[in-house]
Ligand binder design. Structure first.
Ligand code: B12
Length: 155
């Protein structure tokens, strides 16, 4: 039987995409590979993804997490209302945002607060190691089964 835990995250769909008119593709490609290798079921919406596309994909897949990437400096405007739309669609996914978010703000604490206020559960900077994203999702989605749980699933 498939094992729930470190080797597979079956049933947990992660929606990933670059929001707005942003066309920077390299970061989400690396994240998709890291998350897929870790066993997550990833739906990569690609670049230049509208808010409504994140919402409909998250609702359709009953996603565990929605990961928004933004590099080009318009993340704050692009994400306005995203969480309200997710809530209206009945989606309670964990939300992360990452990339180059600090336009006009050199203070990371201020940048992080800006996006937390918009509703994101976690905010990541452009130096983020993909493995740190995997580890964070495993914790937030409570996917690391305890040894007794693994034993009972395996037997
Ligand atoms: C390559 C590049 C381009 C290419 C993109 C090609 C492509 N299709 O991907 C081109 C030339 C097209 C381009 C265009 C533009 N670019 Co550009 N670009 C870059 C550059 C040099 C590298 C980006 C990259 O690929 N990095 C490598 C990947 C691996 O790293 P990453 O994207 O940062 O992703 C990692 C982390 O950020 C994080 N991460 C990213 N997303 C997420 C999401 C989540 C949820 C999490 C947890 C983590 C996470 O994890 C990733 C993996 O480690 C950066 C400068 C830089 N050094 O970052 C500028 C940069 C992003 N670009 C910039 C700008 C301004 C633009 C333009 C607006 C320029 C213009 N006036 O036309 C346009 C925008 C076009 C558009 N519509 O998007 C600015 C943004 C400034 C800002 N945010 O304030 C930067 C920072 C350059 C600069 N120093 O000014 N760009």
């Amino acid at each position: 039987m498939a094992r729930i835990g470190a080797d597979t995250h079956m049933g947990q769909t992660v929606i990933l995409g670059v929001i707005g008119s942003d066309a920077h593709v390299v970061g989400i490609t690396i994240l998709e590979q890291a998350l897929t290798a870790a066993g997550f079921d990833v739906e990569n919406l690609g670049v230049q993804t509208a808010k409504a596309e994140f919402v409909s994909a998250a609702a359709a897949e009953d996603a565990g997490a929605v990961l928004v990437s933004s590099l080009y400096g318009h993340a704050r405007q692009d994400c306005q209302g995203l969480h309200e739309q997710l809530a209206e669609a009945g989606c309670d996914a964990i939300t992360y945002i990452g990339g180059n978010l600090a336009v006009g703000q050199n203070d990371w604490a201020e940048t992080e607060q800006t996006f937390r206020t918009l509703g994101f559960d976690r905010v990541f900077d452009a130096e983020t190691d993909p493995e740190a994203v995997v580890a964070s999702l495993e914790r937030d989605l409570d996917m690391t089964a305890t040894e007794p749980e693994r034993a009972s699933v395996n037997t």
